[in-house]
Every structure is written in C-alpha cells, then in structure tokens.
Design a protein around this ligand. Structure first.
Ligand SMILES: [Zn+2]
Length: 350
C-alpha cells in the first residue's frame, strides 16, 4: 500500500471513538476499507469483526492475524448535582494526564472538559499532587444533574478528542495502540492472496483483558497466530541508566515474553531470520511488560503458536501518541513476509 494511503488510513482510524465494549464506530470505519479485499466478513456476538481472505490453495494452514479495535477511555458512572459527569477508566489510563483535557462524550461527540480547580485556588501542595480520576469530573456545560443525565446517561463513553496530524517526520494521534495494528492488518488484507486462508480479525475488549481475542481465537481455530500491535516506545533521555522498552525508527518490536505469554521460539526465530535475510529492521520488546491478544489466543483449544509484532509508539494510552510511518511500513513488510514463507512443514517440525 502506498505511503500516503497508509498514513491517511492511520489518521482516519486514529480519530474514531471506540472504547472497549463499544467498538461499533471502528467496525463502521473498517467496512469500506475492507470492501472487495476479503471473501467473508462477519461480526460475532462480542463485536469482533472476523474476515476471511481466501488463499491460493497452495497450503491448507489456517492462519490468524489480529489487531484490536478498542481503545482506552472512560465511562460515565454518575452525575453531580451541578451537572458534571463522574467517570471511571475503561482500560489503563494515567490519571496524571487528565486534568484540563478536551474530551469527546458519547456517540454525538459532545465536547467536554476534564475540570480542575483554578491554579489561583490551589495550594502549592495541591499543585504537585496527581489527582485521582475519581476526584475529577467531566464538564459538558450541563446546568444540573437532570440535564447531564439526559445528555450523557450512565454508560456513555468518554474519549480523548485528539485529531491526528503530522509532527515533523512523525504522526501524532490518539489510540495508536492499536490503530497502528489495525492499519497494518487492513494493508495486509489489501495484498494479493496468501498461500493459505488468512483470517484477519479485528478484536474487541483487548484493553480490559484480551476478551474478544479469547472467543475469536476459539472460533477461528488457527494453526498459527500473529498479533499486530502498537507498543510502548519509551525512548526519551532518562536520568537512570535503563534501556528503552523500544525505540521509534528501529522497526517492528517483537515480543519474546510479556506478562500474558511467551512467543513460540521457532516462530520468533523464523521471523527474526526472515528480517535479517530481507534487511528489515526489528527490535525486541523488553521482557515482562504488558500483554497482548496473543496472551488469550495462544491458550486456545490445544494451544496456538503466536507472535506479536508491534509498531513502537511514544506515549501510548495517553491523549496523544507519536509514531514513525517507516516503523508501520516495516511491520507490514515483515508480517507479510512471515506469512508468505510459512509452511505446514515448519509447524510439524517444531
Ligand atoms: Zn494494544
């Protein structure tokens, strides 16, 4: 896929509001991007968008590639007498980033502001303290509880209202975890057919516990799975002498082990050897951090060899993340190569 088209898809998907458990807007945005590129498309009862791209028939393998369509955000859980919204986090968000932010409330995308006491009234002690989300509220300009309840009933989703845009050689936007992976999966589904039937699944509720992938993995029953992600690039200068988790511009980030799974060693070795052979940059994620849909998929049925390939993104789970399109392109190139060279014999011999 051409660079401009890829960046365009990334930016448009980044702007979609799709918090865990209510991913309808992402499904709606993906359908036109997949039209004519897949042979089957269905939505299961949790909301996973399951596509099948028929292969050339050379191989009988069933291969699954996933990317999750949910993002971290907030949900309205109560209303104050003066018309503000009380919210809870959906997925892991950092309370320190929230005060003063613009947010989008509900399907109508009502503008809101996360309210905070003016600096004039705050003691020097208060100014140094992170305010927990339960002490913050979202102001949508409602006059009273009744109006707030009408405009944003309990269960209404609240998301960061960032619009994606270029930032030097980088792209800035919200939810690159995992709109980067979604963009990569769309690009793969636009390619020529693979030797085998490829199930491209856009999963739901990853951020709240890999829930969509659990049922999608069971339904597809793949022989091998690749999980496409946007992962932490923690590559800015630090005081302590600790290595970065991953770095922007250094190519796809391969998981060896995280909190949710350990990659199948042969699949990791195979992918690394391919990257070396083809001159595609790659890096390893620092072990022991985070989890991905591979954590649920690899435990499906009799077990599924799985590998996560991720685009390094700065400031994920915050209102604005940054990525380098070259990393996204290298992730697509490496995943495509790994798919096209995969054979039943490799699986049998491991
Ligand atoms: Zn993710």
């Amino acid at each position: 896929m051409k660079h401009e088209r890829l960046v365009d898809i990334l930016q448009s998907l980044s702007n979609v509001m799709s918090t865990s458990g209510d991913e309808s807007e992402m499904r709606r945005a993906l359908r036109p991007l997949l039209a004519g590129q897949v042979d089957e498309l269905r939505v299961d009862s949790l909301g996973n968008l399951i596509t099948l791209k028929k292969g050339t028939g050379e191989s009988q393998l069933r291969v699954l590639v996933t990317a999750h369509i949910d993002e971290v955000g907030m949900m309205v859980v109560d209303h104050t007498p003066d018309g503000a919204l009380k919210v809870q986090a959906v997925g892991g968000i950092d309370d320190r980033l929230l005060p003063g932010l613009n947010v989008c409330v509900g399907k109508e995308q009502l503008p809101g502001v996360i309210g905070i006491k003016a600096i004039h009234h705050s003691s020097s002690r208060e100014r140094l303290k992170a305010i927990p989300l339960k002490e913050l509220s979202v102001d949508i300009g409602a006059e009273n509880r009744k109006e707030a309840q009408r405009l944003a009933p309990v269960g209404t989703r609240v998301t960061f209202s960032t619009q994606a845009h270029p930032l030097g050689e980088l792209i800035a936007g919200k939810a690159f975890d995992d709109r980067a992976g979604c963009t990569a999966l769309v690009a793969l589904l636009h390619e020529e057919p693979f030797p085998f039937d490829l199930y491209g699944v856009f999963t739901v509720q990853e951020e709240v516990g890999l829930r969509g992938a659990r049922v999608a993995g069971y339904a597809v029953a793949p022989a091998v799975a690749f999980v496409l992600e946007g992962t932490i690039a923690d590559d800015l200068p630090k005081k302590e002498d600790v290595g970065p988790t991953s770095q922007i511009g250094q190519g796809p980030v391969l998981t060896v082990m995280d909190r949710s799974y350990i990659s199948a060693p042969w699949l990791l070795r195979y992918t690394v050897q391919l990257a070396e052979k083809l001159g595609i940059p790659y890096q390893f994620k620092q072990p022991g951090i985070g989890g991905t849909d591979a954590g649920a998929i690899h435990l499906t049925r009799g077990g599924v060899p799985s590998l996560t390939l991720a685009v390094p993104c700065r400031y994920i789970h915050g209102p604005i993340s940054l990525l380098k399109p070259a990393d996204l392109e290298a992730t697509i190139t490496l995943t495509s190569a790994a798919l096209r060279h995969l054979t039943a014999e490799q699986l049998a011999n491991n």
